[in-house]
Design a protein around this ligand. Sequence first.
Ligand SMILES: O=c1[nH]cnc2c1ncn2[C@@H]1O[C@H](COP(=O)(O)OP(=O)(O)O)[C@@H](O)[C@H]1O
Length: 233
Amino acid sequence: MASGQLSRAEALACAGCRHACHVMLYCDTRTQLFGRIPIRHVVLMQMRFDGLLGFPGGLVNPSEETLEAGLSRELSEELGVALPISVEDHVDSCHAPSSSSSSRQLITHFYVKKMEEEQIREVEKAAASTATDHGQEVLGMVRVPLYAMQGGDGGLASFLSHSFIGNARSQLIDSLLSLNLVSSAELQKALANSLKIHENAAEDLRAATETLLKLTCSGNKQFDPQQHNPAHA
Ligand SMILES: O=c1[nH]cnc2c1ncn2[C@@H]1O[C@H](COP(=O)(O)OP(=O)(O)O)[C@@H](O)[C@H]1O
């Protein structure tokens, strides 16, 4: 078992721990993007209220309900459909990186559920229409692009360079690999390109900050750029 990982039983025996359960819903597809790029699989994630990408799910209190019942309850709120989750869908449990928001250790439980393409479409429709969390805790469902395009920068590489909650990025990468949805060579390339995209994004953000300062200056004659941007001092 990889470091930080626990069996389901060990995780449940942890006195005083908080538990969060999340699931990766996915299906196979024959659809091709622009009629030529095979999409191969639809993998669902969501844009959370905090601007981070994560999987559907949430906190569960095992003294009140099973992990799987708790996860199903969270899915009803976030996706607007009742999806039964079973112990067989459980992939792993691990200690989450410590956060300052709570002194109680968080254990994240991860599940994977394969569905039919039509069921995934129904989930997407319900998530944007009947789900109570839509537009609040959940800003929208997103599909993970698993292909590479634009010389390798587009698609999966670009997606992986976004910001994820907790260990959601490694949950995604581990699942893509273990379910053979993407080969390890493709993943390695995507991650290498992702790192480059990250470096360019830092440049972009610096340029955007400069532009904002200039705009603010021209709109406000009282504004002193040297006070607001130490780089100009
Ligand atoms: O997709 C995920 N993978 C792994 N951990 C996650 C994911 N989403 C959230 N978490 C972690 O679990 C905690 C609780 O999750 P979430 O915010 O979904 O619960 P809630 O909706 O019940 O408040 C988060 O604070 C975060 O640390």
